[in-house]
Write a protein that binds this ligand. Structure first.
Ligand SMILES: Nc1ncnc2c1ncn2[C@@H]1O[C@H](COP(=O)(O)OP(=O)(O)OP(=O)(O)O)[C@@H](O)[C@H]1O
Ligand SMILES: [Mg+2]
Length: 316
């Protein structure tokens, strides 16, 4: 399947005793890996055995991102720009605190912004579906993923979208076949909420997810999933609305659960699973992924036990 993540980057992960802003620190270890949400989606798809290609931006003058992706077996189709490669800096302190600084993507004058969609259209030929994931670089129109949905439908394939609120909002009128924001993102889109907790809580959480998924479906998403971390997810389709509780698993790293969820659900839909089954499969894949230390990675042997541990779906 085709994965579209324009804002690819290199994640530079640095381990250090303590990060003190305003001082000079020494790291004990630094590792560079390919990053961006679609890279996690691709990692999960690879583990599931689903062939895939990734379309994203890459600097013309610096081959490192392409080398890193090639080294991990990712078939990457670069759209080149003349800026510096985008970096995300991740600081891991001994006490466990994590600080992330996401770099800005290339400026619109540093690349031909009209080149992305033709590249996607060319790659859609022969792809069974497309998944769009992650933020857009500065200057790309918010309806860029909507245009990908339009191109996918013209090519006769489904399009799945996981994007930040403003971009997701602009995508809905194009009728994406699946959207999967977390509840913070969904409520930011629907009610202008701006705070976003990593793990949402509150007695009304389940009802908020159900309401948001109904609303996203009403605004154009064919399958609207609203996720709530370890609690589970709500799904609305033309057939109804369900609450799907998550599996209880030991968590090593919850970051990237949404990316593994998107990959797992897409893979199951492509295998012909009915909607509720596909979403539960995505949840089981995500539950396996949160048990792994690296975002997007998972032990495939943990998926079946996670699926068996999911509570029964509840129609609402
Ligand atoms: N701790 C967990 N235990 C079990 N399942 C989980 C856990 N965290 C996430 N999941 C599963 O993954 C799905 C997506 O997770 P989540 O809502 O955290 O996505 P997200 O906020 O988009 O994550 P990210 O942005 O870090 O990729 C959840 O609906 C749930 O099914
Ligand atoms: Mg997410």
């Amino acid at each position: 399947m085709l994965v579209v993540t324009p804002n690819t980057c290199i994640d530079v992960t640095t381990w250090l005793a303590t990060l003190v802003p305003g001082t000079v620190s020494r790291s004990s270890r630094t590792v560079s890996t390919a990053g961006g949400k679609g890279v996690n989606v691709c990692r999960t798809l690879r583990t599931l055995g689903r062939t895939h290609r990734l379309v994203g931006l890459a600097p013309r003058e610096d081959a490192r991102l392409e080398q890193l992706l090639a080294a991990e077996g990712c078939a990457f189709v670069p759209v080149h720009h003349d800026g510096q490669g985008r970096l995300a800096m991740i600081f891991l302190e001994d006490a466990g605190r994590v600080t992330v600084v996401n770099g800005r993507g290339p400026e619109p004058e540093q690349w031909d912004t009209s080149a992305l969609l033709p590249t996607v259209r060319a790659e859609l030929a022969g792809a069974p579906a497309v998944a769009c994931s992650g933020s857009l670089p500065p200057g790309l129109a918010p309806d860029t993923y909507g245009r990908v949905v339009e191109a996918a439908h013209a090519a006769g394939v489904e399009a799945y979208v996981d994007a930040a609120p403003a971009v997701l909002e602009a995508t809905l009128p194009f009728g994406p076949d699946l959207v999967s924001p977390n509840v913070g993102e969904a409520e930011a889109l629907l009610h202008g909420r701006t705070d976003e907790n990593v793990e949402e809580s509150g007695e009304d959480l389940l009802d908020r997810c159900l309401e948001a998924s109904r609303e996203l479906h009403a605004r154009g998403a064919r399958r609207a999933v609203v996720t709530a971390g370890s609690h589970g997810a709500a799904l609305t389709t033309a057939e109804g609305t369900w609450w799907l509780g998550a599996a209880r698993v030991p968590v090593a790293n919850p970051i990237g659960a949404g990316d593994s969820f998107l990959a797992g659900t897409s893979d199951a839909l492509l295998a012909g699973a009915p909607d509720v089954v596909a979403v539960r499969t995505g949840m089981a894949v995500a539950a396996a992924a949160v048990q792994h230390e690296t975002g997007g990675m998972l032990d495939p042997a943990l998926v079946a036990p996670a699926l068996a541990a999911l509570p029964d779906p509840v129609a609402r």
